[in-house]
Design a protein around this ligand. Structure first.
Ligand code: ATP
Length: 344
């Protein structure tokens, strides 16, 4: 796939179209061969089953990154934790204050959040929530997720492995089969406000499968994570091109590990060589998509994640938490906006 930004009009004609796989906009699309073969026109019953299963989910979005190790799973878990906090905790955190116990207990504006980890070969989500020992259970309603707390449910292949370190060495069809089951057969409860889907780095089988199934099921779009270095930004260009090719809206770009904030003196040091391309913000501008913000590198972020904690609750006054609060608000605004202006 070319690195150059694609024409905004160069969008997917849809797998059911007679032009599928043949239109000029199909050139370079990862699904081109599949669409051209006519497979996409064959009715896959799972598409409608997933559409039905996803009716209870108000907002669903993918978290993408071009490279591994840029903080995609960290962001997915911290975003989900932040979305699950009540308004009182959020408003205190905005003032840099931690909430009191009674704030946490208060049963107000409970937002139901789900996290689906489709990074099948490198599932780190169970660890990010401190849920490594959990398992998925079957019930007559479907697969029951593991619960971080009442309003935050998590599903990952990590809960199905006998040992956390067991490798998953699967070819495409097997991965696709499990993703289909996750999307169709998990019982998330009566309703979910947000489903955050953590993906592997790059654009591979997992991405194509999830997009094919969720495109019909009101997928809000994708959040793309990068670090400031040129090498990460180049890969993110491919992610943004992928979104355009498969016709999914980009909710925005997040730049992670943008400078190091010293926990003692609070001074910020740009530890990565400034990007020639201008980093995430320039990239977002180039593609005409929103830039959601920058999260600095902070060792306390890593500690909080390794202990399955929300940075907003643990260290509300930190620049990383304040940046995340801003980003969460923009994600809420963007997803509401995209829903109101749905074009597909
Ligand atoms: N802003 C940050 N400050 C400090 N540490 C961070 C920050 N963001 C991520 N990290 C740390 O960087 C490491 C990699 O993060 P993470 O596992 O989220 O990356 P990833 O992009 O999901 O990687 P992969 O796709 O390979 O699974 C983790 O140890 C995480 O705690």
């Amino acid at each position: 796939m070319s690195d150059a930004p694609v024409d905004a009009n160069s969008t997917c004609v849809g797998p059911k179209s007679e032009q599928a796989g043949k239109a000029s906009s199909c050139e370079g699309c990862p699904s081109q061969l599949l669409c051209a073969s006519g497979e996409g026109r064959k009715e896959d019953p799972a598409v409608n089953q997933i559409k039905d299963a996803m009716r209870i989910v108000k907002h669903k979005f993918l978290v993408l990154s071009g490279k591994g190790g840029v903080g995609k799973s960290t962001f997915s878990s911290q975003l989900a934790l932040a979305l699950s906090l009540n308004d009182k905790i959020i408003s205190k955190a905005r003032q840099g204050q931690a909430a009191m116990d009674e704030d946490e207990d208060e049963d107000m504006n409970v937002t139901q959040v789900g996290v689906l980890d489709i990074d099948l070969c490198g599932p780190s989500i169970p660890r990010m929530f401190g849920l490594e020992s959990q398992q998925l259970h079957q019930s007559n309603l479907g697969w029951s997720p593991a619960y971080y707390k009442d309003n935050l449910a998590v599903v990952s292949i990590g809960f199905m492995l006998p040992n956390a370190d067991d490798p998953v060495i699967w070819r495409g069809p097997k991965k696709n089969g499990l993703i289909k089951q996750f999307l169709r057969d998990v019982y998330w409860g009566d309703s979910l406000d947000y489903l955050v889907i953590d993906t592997p780095p790059g654009t591979s089988d997992e991405h194509i499968t999830v997009v094919q199934y969720l495109r019909e099921a009101d997928l809000d779009g994708a959040i793309v994570i990068t670090t400031p270095q040129d090498v990460s930004c180049a890969d993110v260009r491919r992610e943004l091109s992928f979104c355009k090719k498969v016709n999914i809206p980009v909710i925005g770009v997040v730049e992670n590990m943008s400078g190091f904030v010293c926990p003692n003196c609070k001074n910020e040091t740009k530890i990565f060589k400034p990007s020639k391309s201008g980093g995430g913000e320039k990239l977002a501008e180039q593609f005409g998509v929103p830039f959601l913000g920058r999260i600095p590198l902070d060792p306390r972020v890593m500690n909080a994640c390794e202990n399955g904690k929300s940075i907003i609750e643990e260290m509300p006054d930190s620049p990383a938490s304040q940046a995340l609060l801003e980003i969460v608000q923009k994600v809420k605004n963007q997803t509401n906006h995209l829903h109101q202006n749905k074009t597909f």
